[in-house]
Design a protein around this ligand. Structure first.
Ligand code: FS2
Ligand code: SF4
Length: 553
């Protein structure tokens, strides 16, 4: 086992990476090794998807499948060996199917098929023991001794960034958005990474290409969400319990939440969001349901305490799931789509009757707690609608600076930095936030500046797209570049969606971003120095110093 994709990775004075029997997240070496095999095979599927495209053969089912399966290897998504084995089997079938169609097209065109190598050529059984024995060949750090740590780090930066983009492609596909040009680009990058590239400039170029591709993916996802559920509107969300039976919906998948709301209407069951689902409250087609009563709990790392105390059924629509055995709630947590935990019930299709029956069998909340609120819904349209008033306040000198403080949460004590930073932001400044890191400060009272709220929750991690749109609009209005705006980005990272968003921001030329709480384990000192030199990327330091620097910039 070797995995270094998230902030939790094991770091010792001699080595970085989870490489023993189990990762810090609870991923076993068996699951990790099978995921390596899966990724390798997916690179082979992509190689044939690319070849097939030269004959106009596009298989949207396989395109979708590759993203789903890749997503399943993201941190805190799928811990179930059997499910990974099933993905491996599907990868073999998908590759064989594309190969057959490609070779038939070659014959028809009177040309010789390309010689398949590496992931496109490897022949494997579907038997677990044999796959595990072969897994070291597919390890994500294969060839590290030959190419050195910098090249390996760049390969992993690309692989993990692409994994984040694949997750967003799958979120978009669920909402009916699939783009063949983006699919082709994805396959090209995936297949190229399967060739174990070792040219530093090409790998750096690839990282930027992934960032640019992900910008298009986030735009596609934004379209899917707003076409389906309307444009988010600013809304107050109760974060306290309401008396009655309850279902908790976590993760990013708004489609699942909608189906649950439809199917629980009139049952007396209250539905709560959790984690990255909180921004759902802003969407007209979701907030119209009166039994979507609020948000329960905070970020993923608090699940075992918060889910254990939740007196209802729980649905994990995407990342992040952590061990439900610890809080003893495995019998009432349901996984969806790419999510998996051994022994937890996995639901396929749009029938949530098992979840509803489970919620009915549980106690629910015995009484109404005194309501307390957070706000959300300041996504693209709401921000654009507010832009003229915001610009007026900036021109009048009433708003001095904007801070985007957001990203993933985690359990490291250093993350108190983000709460302290939000609290320390001067009163003539506005805070934008997104993703699950917001739970560290989203119930604090920030007030407003002449009617403009000082705290604006833009949405999920992928709604970085909305924040970028606002920055571009402000830059256009002020006739400057985004880097010249009084705007500072203070990001927290944990998993691979955060990596691809960082790549997107860098590929858009945004400089001076602060990231923390730690340097990703796959970034060597040389790579970090490169990012610092070329993008003015900074690591978080202490709040007082960073704040002074940002306000002075
Ligand atoms: Fe938080 Fe986990 Fe959004 Fe990340 S709920 S760390 O997956 O994607 O953010
Ligand atoms: Fe370790 Fe993170 Fe990989 Fe889990 S996902 S094995 S914690 S690096």
């Amino acid at each position: 086992m070797f995995c270094v994709q998230c902030e939790h990775t094991i770091r010792t004075p001699v080595a970085t990476g989870c490489s023993y029997a189990m990762g810090m997240c609870g991923k076993t070496s068996e699951v990790s090794d099978l995921q390596d095999v899966l990724i390798y095979l997916l690179q082979g599927v992509s190689a044939y998807a690319l070849k097939a495209r030269t004959f106009g053969i596009i298989d949207r089912t396989i395109d979708a499948y590759v993203c789903q399966a890749f997503f399943a290897t993201l941190t805190n998504v799928n811990f179930d060996s059997d499910r990974i084995l099933a993905f491996i089997s599907e990868a073999q079938q998908a590759r064989a199917s594309l190969k057959e169609r490609y070779e038939a097209a070659c014959v028809a065109a009177g040309q010789l098929p390309d010689l398949a190598t590496g992931p496109a050529a490897v022949e494997l059984t579907s038997e677990k023991a044999a796959l595990l024995a072969w897994a070291p060949t597919a390890a994500v750090n294969r060839g590290a001794a030959e190419v050195g740590a910098d090249i390996l780090g760049l390969r992993l930066l690309c692989l993990y960034g692409l994994k984040g983009a694949a997750a967003y492609m799958e979120h978009a596909r669920v909402l009916g958005e699939q783009d063949d040009a983006i699919g082709a680009e994805f396959h090209a990058i995936m297949a190229w990474l399967g060739t174990d590239p070792s040219d530093m400039h090409e790998l750096l170029g690839c990282a930027m290409r992934i960032g640019q591709m992900n910008f298009k993916v986030m735009a596609m996802l934004d379209k899917g969400e707003t076409d389906t559920f309307g444009h988010p509107e600013p809304v107050q969300v109760n974060v306290k319990a309401v008396k009655g039976k309850a279902i908790l919906v976590s993760g990013h998948d708004l489609h699942d939440l909608q189906k649950i709301l439809e199917q629980t209407a009139g049952t007396g069951i209250n539905v709560y969001t959790n984690g990255e689902m909180l921004p759902a409250h802003g969407y007209p087609e979701l907030k119209k349901y009166p039994h979507l009563v609020g948000n329960y709990g905070t970020a993923w790392q608090n699940q075992q305490k918060e889910f254990a105390a939740f007196p209802g059924a729980i649905v994990m629509t995407s990342n992040c799931i952590i061990n439900p055995d610890v809080g003893n709630y495995k019998d009432r947590i349901y996984t969806r789509s790419i999510v998996g935990w051994p022994g937890a019930t996995h639901l396929i299709g749009d029938d949530f009757s098992a979840v509803i029956a489970k919620a009915q069998s549980l106690d629910g909340f015995p009484y109404d707690e005194i309501p307390a609120y957070t706000s959300t819904g300041f996504a693209r349209n709401a921000l654009m609608a507010a832009a003229p008033a915001v610009i007026e306040q900036v021109k009048a000198g009433n708003i001095k600076h904007f801070f985007l403080i957001g990203g993933c949460d985690g359990d490291k004590s250093e993350r108190s930095y983000y709460t302290d930073m939000a609290k320390a932001v001067p009163e003539d400044c506005v805070i934008l936030t997104l993703a699950c890191g917001k739970f560290r400060f989203n119930t604090l009272e920030f007030g407003d500046i002449n009617g403009i709220p000082r705290f604006l929750d833009v949405g999920q991690c992928n709604d970085a797209y909305s924040a970028i749109q606002l920055a571009i609009a402000l830059a256009n209005e002020f006739g400057c570049g985004v880097n010249e705006l009084p705007l500072s980005l203070v990001l927290s990272w944990f998993e691979q969606k955060a990596i691809v968003i960082l790549l997107t921001l860098l590929s858009l030329g945004i400089k001076g971003i602060r990231v923390g709480p730690t340097v990703p384990g796959f970034l060597t000192p040389n790579l970090l120095a490169y990012l610092q030199e070329n993008f003015d990327l900074k690591l978080i330091d202490n709040v007082e110093k960073d704040l002074a620097d940002m306000l002075a910039a």
